[in-house]
Structure formats: structure tokens, C-alpha cells
Write a new protein. Structure first.
Length: 131
């Protein structure tokens, strides 16, 4: 009992309202981008490209974006895009998209501390059947 009273007294003495708690993540959370268009096209050389465009109300702390691509079961590709004013992304990278399949795309903003905000709504793009 003496130990309990001593610990309680010590916590009252050491407790101060002058501390700065960590800011909860939801207070400075980034808004979700809004995808305006997603298109698949093929270059004259036969390279498939996905072009994603979005709108975003930047609260002034955005460092870049993360583009996520997947099918209905999983996200299997993420690409970081840096730049506060970027609102488009073109991908012709080496991952293979299957002919005749649909894919889901999401965009999320990343702030100066590398905190990722919420995903945009999913947008769909379909790779046409092989010509």
C-alpha cells in the first residue's frame, strides 16, 4: 500500500500539462485524389501504355503520389511519382498486362513526412483483346 501511494504521488508530481503530445494522424490527413480518366493505348512500336489523370485539392503539404495497379484480387504494382503539381502518370513499364483483362487503378497523395493519405476511388482500365 505504501508503494502504491508513493507511485501515485510521484505520478501527480511529475505530470504536467506543458507537454506536446504527438499529433493524431487524422488531424493532418491528406484528402483523397479524384481520378478523372484512365486510358490504355498502344504506341506505334506496340508498347502498351496506361495513362492516369487526377484532380487533387492540395493542402500545401503534398510531396507526391503513389499509383497502385491491380486486378480484382490484389494490388501488384505500386509506383511513386514525385512532384506537388503532378496530376498525370503514364506507365509503359516492363510488367505484363494480359490482353482482354481489366485492372483497377488507385491514386493516393504522400505528404512531406511520407505519410500516405487515403486511396482515391478505384478506376478501371481494360486492355483490349490481342489484335
Amino acid at each position: 500500500l505504501t508503494l502504491l501511494v508513493a507511485l501515485s504521488a510521484a505520478s501527480l508530481i511529475s505530470c504536467s500539462k506543458d507537454h506536446n503530445p504527438v499529433t493524431p494522424f487524422h488531424l493532418d490527413r491528406l484528402p483523397a485524389p479524384s481520378i478523372t480518366s484512365v486510358n490504355w493505348s498502344q504506341s506505334p512500336s506496340g508498347v502498351g501504355m496506361i495513362v492516369v489523370n487526377w484532380q487533387y485539392d492540395d493542402p500545401g503539404q503534398t510531396r507526391g503520389y503513389v499509383i497502385a495497379l491491380g486486378d480484382t484480387s490484389q494490388i501488384f504494382y505500386r509506383h511513386a511519382v514525385t512532384g506537388q503539381s503532378v496530376r498525370t502518370y503514364t506507365d509503359s513499364s516492363s510488367y505484363a498486362l494480359a490482353w482482354g483483362r481489366s485492372y483497377q487503378i488507385q491514386v493516393r497523395a504522400v505528404d512531406q513526412n511520407l505519410f500516405e493519405g487515403p486511396n482515391s476511388e478505384s478506376a478501371s482500365v481494360t486492355v483490349p483483346n490481342q489484335p
